[in-house]
Design a protein around this ligand. Sequence first.
Ligand code: ATP
Ligand code: MG
Length: 396
Amino acid sequence: MDSVLVHYQEIALKGKNRPWFIARLVKNLRVATSDLDVRGVRALVGRIELVLGPSATWDEVRQRLKRVFGIANFSRAGRTDLDLDHLASAILDDLGDRAVPSFRISARRADKRFPLTSPEIEREVGGRIKGARGWNVDLENPALDINIEMLPAEAFYHFGNERGAGGLPTGVSGTVVCLLSGGIDSPIAAWRLMKRGCTVQFVHFHSYPMLSRASQEKARELVALLTRFQLRSRLHLVAFGEIQRQVVLTVPPPVRVVVYRRLMFRIAERIARQVGAQALVTGEVVGQVASQTLENLNVINAVVSLPVLRPLIGMDKEEIIAEAERLGTYPISIIPDQDCCQLFTPRHPVTRGRAPDIELAEQALRIDDVVGSAAAAAAVEDFRFPVVKYKVRSEV
Ligand code: ATP
Ligand code: MG
């Protein structure tokens, strides 16, 4: 079985964007498997075929496909021409010495011009398998389900499928900028937007050299992990320590956290505009910490005009942790680091910041300069998955 048959999210991909979505999915599949022995990725009627070379291992291909957004399900499959004798004997070959008490054939026609109906194909092929193996046909609860898909010029068969990641193909929904702390929530928020087809760029605020480089390392590890889903990522590392020092000099302790966060939002928005992103993303959750009361979310939000997407807004911490464990970000997120917000953080931050008070507190800061220079000085790092090792061609 040298093919993989990929079925995409039918309902999501309907409409006039469909060809473009499919082209994007094909491209993403090519990139996601670019270091494996995949000989081709072909868009067929209603599905996509990956043609495997002899050294592609199913396990590796499977791992990759599990993370490609836009896939409903996929199967390792065999391909033949439309001749039912050829089809049945290919199926028998691939079944090898497998023995089952019962089986069923489920046929689908992508091309209704095929002279036999689906039930007729099922009977024809089923009869040949039963004749060769003597297995019972069980339409209700078979031990083995043999699927046949008849396309205009070829037939595919497979013995079951795996669930895909769902969502929309990476790149079809535009770019967003995620504020990525080293914590548990923001990587999950980023992943949620990736799943909806967004390309996520990351902004991380760190306090190096006042604090260690640990938070930057965590941000890099998180971005590297998330890049396995979106294949290309950009991380902007913004030095925030000096800005915090200035805040401490002039801003009263209770409102400092809100002021920090307003500065983060402004800087992130500046970067977002530079890269053509259409929204900001955060891991904020109503009531999780003092800065995430509705009052504070409001005063923080007020300084930006791009929409701020908060995909985790109504989730409990346990639910977010479960998702972080599933994605593998959790062990990275809980590595202790000195988050920049710990630096100069007052003991009793306001929970109901009022805009006039905050604006007054900010007056001594040269906001525009601070924001402009922080954004301009950000260090930019690019990530790719897979890291393709180019084959060196021998000279003839
Ligand atoms: P997380 O687990 O995502 O760090 P949190 O519970 O620690 O969230 P806060 O520290 O209040 O909550 O941060 C709320 C959101 O602000 C984060 O989800 C993230 O989007 C953003 N954020 C916080 N700190 C940083 C940072 N150092 N760099 C970039 N974004 C940050
Ligand atoms: Mg945090």
